[in-house]
Design a protein around this ligand. Structure first.
Ligand code: ADP
Ligand code: MG
Length: 339
């Protein structure tokens, strides 16, 4: 956290430099980064005016900050923390944003048959990937009794959420960044921006076109790069859609040859073992984000079946490095280097 704070200050100093490049018919690219949601958020827009671009990007950052205040699992003042403290006790009235995000999380949970389950909170708190701490079997067993999205109850009319068991805890980590990309794009569009790309770490959403009239290009990370040159394994053109990647290389530590990473199988409480990386493309950042996490847990076969059923595109790399690509994007992926 301390490092992030320092980074934050450095970034805020750098923020003054709005990068502009590429020009056609007056449209240019403007790009700005900041630290929000404990990660780097970069927004790039196509605009005819530096002032409009900057003001739209700043408004989008502001909105993400507001959303973060509501849904941050780690902040004791967020609405999600209020939900968690009231678990097993009472319903909590929440803002439309929190309710919407919770409902989307529940939808993803149902579709992934519990592969995605935001009630994973009590188990997540047992791991510390920086300190390389993993829980004992008995503490996992104890906390597993608290996991279950079917114990989350929402009331749309009253805008309330209730976690049915004391000790339950709703972790937004698997969906919040994609959700933030969605709200940022809404703000940019409302501010008159015709094309842009919002990247909340690996959760990316694009809309419209680049100044050169072509779709935005998004890189997909190689889960097992052997050198600096093969960090990006592929690029893909994206138009009005979102892509999220969940990987076992983002936050992990190795112990006795085993990789302990941050995507947990809600059935067992231990890191999911079928995949190295899952990228999901859909119209909504929240869905791409949640489904990439959930499909990672489901594994390649069930995951591919679900992608087809949902009509989403995606790329799955299994533990052996075998690559699965949905039909819809087979010709659209530009492979730099297959892992
Ligand atoms: P990242 O945060 O690296 O973008 P993901 O979107 O896959 O990666 O989210 C991983 C985060 O989601 C974890 O840090 C944790 O907070 C939460 N999480 C882990 N396992 C699950 C799961 N099975 N279902 C829902 N959320 C999960
Ligand atoms: Mg995710």
């Amino acid at each position: 956290m301390k490092i992030l704070k320092i980074l934050k200050i450095l970034f805020q100093l750098l923020l003054c430099t709005l990068i502009a490049s590429s020009c056609k018919d007056g449209e240019r690219l403007y790009k700005k980064s900041t630290i929000l949601m404990d990660t780097v958020v970069t927004i790039t827009v196509s605009s005819e005016s530096k002032e409009n671009a900057e003001s739209a990007i700043d408004s989008a950052f502001e909105r993400i900050k507001e959303i973060e205040g509501l849904i941050n699992f780690w902040s004791p003042r967020s609405e999600v923390s209020a939900l968690n403290s009231a678990a097993g006790r009472e319903k909590v009235k929440v803002s439309p944003v929190t309710l919407d995000m919770v409902e989307k999380a529940l939808y993803i949970s149902r579709k992934t048959e519990g592969g995605f389950d935001a009630t994973i909170g009590p188990i997540i708190r047992l791991y510390d990937f920086k300190k390389k701490t993993k829980p004992s079997d008995s503490s996992i067993k104890e906390k597993l009794t608290l996991i279950g999205f079917r114990n989350v109850f929402t009331d749309k009319n009253k805008s309330t959420v209730y976690l049915g068991k004391k000790g339950m805890s709703f972790d937004t980590g698997g969906i919040a960044k994609g959700y933030a990309a969605d709200v940022a794009v809404e703000v940019l569009k409302r501010k008159g921006i015709k094309g842009g790309i919002v990247a909340v770490s690996g959760d990316i959403k694009t809309f419209g076109l680049k100044p050169d009239g072509l779709p935005w290009l998004v890189g997909i990370k190689n889960p097992r790069p052997k050198s600096k040159d093969d960090e990006i394994m592929a690029t893909i053109e994206l138009q009005d859609s979102a892509i999220s990647t969940s990987g076992d290389y983002e936050r992990f530590f190795m112990e006795n040859g085993r990789r302990y990473h941050h995507i947990i199988d809600p059935m067992t409480g231990i890191p999911a073992s079928g995949c190295q990386s899952v990228s999901v493309i859909s119209k909504e950042g929240a869905l791409s984000d949640g489904f990439s996490t959930g499909i990672f847990v489901m594994g390649p076969e069930r995951g591919m079946r679900l992608l087809r059923e949902l009509g989403f595109d995606g790329i799955i790399i299994d533990t052996e490095g075998k690559i699965y690509v949905t039909e819809g994007i087979k010709d659209k992926v530009n492979w730099h280097k297959k892992p």
